[in-house]
Design a protein around this ligand. Structure first.
Ligand SMILES: Cc1cc2nc3c(=O)[nH]c(=O)nc-3n(C[C@H](O)[C@H](O)[C@H](O)COP(=O)(O)OP(=O)(O)OC[C@H]3O[C@@H](n4cnc5c(N)ncnc54)[C@H](O)[C@@H]3O)c2cc1C
Length: 376
């Protein structure tokens, strides 16, 4: 029997930051994953860290985005000190182009950033002409977010794992859960093929696979997968900032590699990506950086973003249980939100006050929805 104060199921960025925050608070922590940790969405994502949020109109969400953005610099330093891994966290800025390049449509977005006191600079045609010699766009206007950052996420999850190990977190990888024993309304033992796990608190952090726990716990946690595909190319000389247009973007890494992303597809957990999509992403890249049109694809891949019906994460106690929590559903922002999500989950478990109102993220909101539907 393996016992710990907290057992975390799922070792992506969310499970790992939760483990990191808990072990630093003196709890014993075990993480189980059905494969090697950090191989799913947290590996596949682009690693953009916006300075806040304007697309979802929810004040708690905007607050967690800003809180998280402010935690990155210190976290990157701490991970480097423990693991000796540079996660390439850097404030690179982002050029945001209007979706329809010929129409000036970014004013309202600029105002939303300004309202949140996040630095933003409007750009006119002349500014765009001088943005970078490699850049080309017919856009009449755009804006620049100087405090947008990025992280090299495969290195980030690796650094988190090494750091957690150094601090004493126990990892159990390639463990398939076979049975979950529930006694007196509490989670008792979790049985895998090889081990039995027992913990005072259990955290589900299984990203896009979270709804699989619905049957075991007889509760709805509606987190579904949205597939995203990315293409990687290597430029001879890189441009400095992220470039975004609508839901597509170019993310330049320090070594000249550029990630071109991403699609949003409702295809379940299908990993078969079409060559046509790679071509479309390349064409998008070449429109903005013409040199990309002459490059070979170095690699392409897909990942599954965990999304809830209201696009807000689920962070909190699972209804009906005193020792079961969930930290999931971070959709397009699970990497950028991971420092704050791990922090508030640890604060919740330790009974500390959090600086955030977690009500809007409460898993209860889906439970209530079901209960009221059942009454109709
Ligand atoms: C193409 C793409 C681009 C993205 N770009 C960005 C970006 O720029 N910025 C950003 O902030 N976010 C981005 N995201 C979103 C971000 O990657 C996710 O929101 C985040 O990684 C989710 O982290 P997670 O830990 O919840 O899930 P995951 O990283 O998917 O981890 C879940 C873990 O749970 C494990 N697991 C599942 N089921 C079980 C089980 N039954 N038992 C044990 N273990 C289990 C899995 O093996 C996995 O290790 C992007 C995503 C994609 C796909």
């Amino acid at each position: 029997m393996i016992t710990s104060d907290v057992l975390i199921i799922g070792g992506g960025a969310i499970g790992l930051t939760t483990a990191y925050e808990l072990i630093r608070r003196g709890h014993s922590v075990a993480v189980i994953d059905r494969q090697a940790v950090g191989c799913e969405s947290s590996w596949a994502g682009a690693g953009m860290i916006p300075p806040g949020e304007i697309h979802l109109e929810n004040s708690s969400y905007r607050k967690i985005a800003q809180l998280s953005s402010g935690l990155w610099a210190e976290l990157a330093e701490s991970l480097r000190a423990y693991s000796n891994i540079d996660i390439e966290y850097r404030t690179c800025g982002a050029l945001v182009l209007p979706e329809d390049q010929k129409i000036a449509t970014t004013q309202s977005e600029v105002e939303l950033w300004q309202q949140q006191k996040i630095p933003v600079k409007r750009l006119n045609r002349e500014d765009l002409n001088s943005f970078h010699p490699k850049f080309n766009s017919p856009a009449v206007e755009a804006y620049f977010l100087p405090t947008q950052a990025q992280v090299r996420n495969p290195r980030y999850v690796n650094a988190l794992k090494v750091t957690c190990e150094q601090l004493g977190v126990q990892f159990y990888q390639h463990e398939q859960i076979r049975e979950i024993k529930i006694q007196h309304g509490q989670v008792a033992d979790i049985l895998t093929d090889t081990e039995t796990f027992n913990a005072s608190q259990i955290v589900i952090a299984t990203g896009a696979w979270t709804s699989q726990f619905a049957d075991w716990f007889e509760v709805s946690i509606p987190v579904e997968p949205i597939r995203g595909q990315i293409v990687l190319v290597k430029l001879s000389e890189v441009f400095p900032s992220i470039i975004e247009r609508g839901k597509c973007y170019l993310v330049p890494r320090a070594d000249g590699r550029v990630l071109i992303g991403a699609t949003e597809e409702l295809v379940g957990f299908d990993r078969d990506c079409e060559a046509e999509t790679v071509k479309r992403l390349l064409a998008f890249g070449a429109e903005l950086i013409p040199e990309i049109g002459d490059l070979q694809v170095e690699k392409s891949w897909c990942g599954f973003r965990p999304v809830t019906p209201d696009h807000l994460p689920v962070i909190g106690f699972v209804p009906g249980y005193e020792n079961l929590l969930v930290n999931s559903g971070h959709y397009r922002a699970g990497l950028s939100l991971s420092p704050a999500s791990g922090l508030v989950m640890a604060q919740l478990i330790c009974g500390e006050t959090t600086e955030l109102n977690l009500e809007d993220f409460d898993p209860e909101r889906f439970h209530l929805e079901i209960s009221s539907n059942e009454m109709l």
